[in-house]
Ligand binder design. Structure first.
Ligand code: R5P
Length: 335
């Protein structure tokens, strides 16, 4: 088994523990200190010289601080002589800033790619990127894994047979297709108009939703505004008030739970790409992406030392995610 340091930033320590558990290894010692003025300092407590290293850090909560901490990890690894640095960023923040929505705006997702590579990052692993074009911002390999099969496994036996998979906007049509294919349901698409960071409006429903249960899917739920206006539009179009919501990244800022508390919403399913601590939210289910990440790391590290031919990890979640027998575990718990 190839040896490699596995670090965790402070936004993802629970998820990183689960990933490490899946890989049969402990997290490598490191620390992040915060000074009274808000500055951060990262220290690696193990040598990394000549090694391929993995750093797990989602960019939420405290999106900018989590990003900066990750950059400090990359810099610390590079300066300590790491041979190859992979950031495992289950939730990549600033991904919605992938184009200029208005004149004189920054394309932050592109700037971030430059920042990562300039700092010394060699490879990025993430899950369900907001848009495929973000990969094109990077000059290093980007492994964009998908949590769709993991979410489908959770949903498969609980959805009514007349369910339609609903994409809440044009950007999620491909993802809705993947859910539809995996669960054998048809899809419908909403025409969404965003008027501000918190307000959206649905102009049209494209597809047959009349009398049907709906599975609304998305890459992320932030304020819950998109889902809330999707629910209103679907009910207005005659959908049955049996709605399930599934998204990879449960950003779920303050107020999102209220937005998602419509009586027609029976269930909200997200992954632990972002830590969830709402144990009193009965309708919320959190599924773990730790096995997906563990297998990705295991394969990438094996490729790195030439034990495995490098391959596309895109359909990883659809294959059986088995680790070598000595490392096999069952990760069934959720954060
Ligand atoms: C938008 O294009 C994204 O895919 C999500 O639909 C959106 O970011 C969700 O945000 P909110 O929950 O604030 O509407």
């Amino acid at each position: 088994m190839p040896d490699y340091p596995l670090f965790s930033g402070s936004a993802s320590d629970q998820l990183a523990e689960l990933v490490g558990f899946g890989l049969g290894r402990r997290l490598s010692a490191s620390s992040t200190r915060k000074f009274p003025d808000g500055e951060l300092a990262v220290t690696l407590d193990v040598p990394v010289r000549g090694q391929a290293v993995f750093i797990v850090q989602s960019m939420y909560p405290r999106v900018t601080e989590s990003l900066f901490e990750l950059l400090l990890y990359v810099d610390a690894c590079r300066r300590a002589g790491a041979r190859h640095i992979t950031a495992v960023v289950p939730y990549l923040g600033y991904a919605r800033a992938d184009k200029r929505h208005a004149r004189r705006e920054a394309i932050t997702a592109s700037m971030l790619a430059n920042l990562f590579t300039t700092t010394g990052l060699n490879q990025l692993v993430t899950i369900d990127l907001h848009s495929a074009q973000i990969e094109g911002f990077y000059k290093i390999p980007v492994e964009n894994l998908t949590a769709v099969p993991t979410l489908c496994d959770e949903l498969r036996h609980s959805l009514p047979s007349n369910t339609v998979v609903v994409s809440p906007d044009e950007g999620r049509v491909q993802m809705a297709r993947e859910f539809g294919r995996n669960l054998s349901f048809p899809i419908a698409v909403l025409h969404k108009l965003r008027s501000s960071a918190t307000e959206t409006k649905v102009l049209n429903v494209v597809g047959d939703v009349l009398g049907r249960a709906c599975l609304i899917i998305d890459d992320m739920i932030t304020t819950g505004g998109t889902i809330s206006s999707a629910v209103a539009a679907l009910l207005k179009a005659g959908a049955s008030p049996e709605i399930t919501v599934a998204a990879t990244h449960g950003v779920l800022v303050e107020g999102a739970r209220e937005q998602l508390s419509h009586p027609a919403i029976r269930r909200v399913v997200v992954t632990n790409s972002i830590v969830q601590q709402r144990s009193d939210w009965r309708e919320l289910t959190v599924v773990t992406v730790a096995p997906l990440l563990a297998v990705a790391i295991q394969r990438l590290s094996a490729c790195d030392v030439g034990q495995l031919q490098c391959q596309d990890l895109k359909h990883l979640g659809e294959q059986e995610m088995s680790l070598p027998p000595s490392e096999q575990i069952s990760v069934s718990c959720c954060q």
